[in-house]
Design a protein around this ligand. Sequence first.
Ligand code: C5P
Length: 240
Amino acid sequence: MAHPKNRIIFPLDVPDLDEALEFVEILKDDVGVFKIGLELFVKSGPRAVGAVKERTDAAIFLDMKFHDIPETVKGAIRSASTLGVEFVTVHTEGGSALMRAVVEGSGGKTKVLGVTVLTSLSSVDLVEAGFDPKYKDASELVAARARLARNAGCAGIVCSGLEAGLVKKKLGKDFLVVTPGIRPKDSPPDDQKRLTTPYEAIYNGADYIVVGRPIRNAPDPRKAASLIAEEIGKALKDRA
Ligand code: C5P
């Protein structure tokens, strides 16, 4: 992972495979991981994974955020791990038994990441969803769920850059932290709420950052990705 660009995960959040593959061609030298999520997988299925793999050696992250009973999700992960993907996601809210089953289903071939608290949720949303007001600050909940994920054998978690430092401090540097909700300075507001800049997320301890719209909607996506890689490089130096 020597080059800072390898820490950028680009989500192929587009409705069809042709458009996704255009982004792969444009960005394959500028990001380290391509993420295939619900939008593309529901439409194009496993062939999307095969088609991306044909065009790049970049790692693939299958972001299905599985959440069901343990046996069902274990089967889904068993299927996913035959696709040759590096990362998969499961909701930590599903509990320890679910995460243990998923890790077992992965057969050690795919890294399981636990989604802690979606970066689109604010403290107000959490209380509205029935969480105790002590979770007004999502970091307590993120830390508790991260611990569950680690104890169940997950390779890491997904959280916002605001919580990356706390998770690293509590769970150690080898437990992977992947952070979406990344917005370079002066980005327009959208559905993401617990935001950080690329610099802040990496400086706080994130291993990877997921950056979609700020690259996808930029007039020059390669330039946007390379500016983000520069920020990552600076943060890595400053945090060393
Ligand atoms: O940068 P942008 O907001 O466009 O990228 C969002 C991507 O990150 C989406 O693919 C979304 O599924 C993913 N994601 C997220 N929050 C999480 C986990 C993943 O936004 N907690």
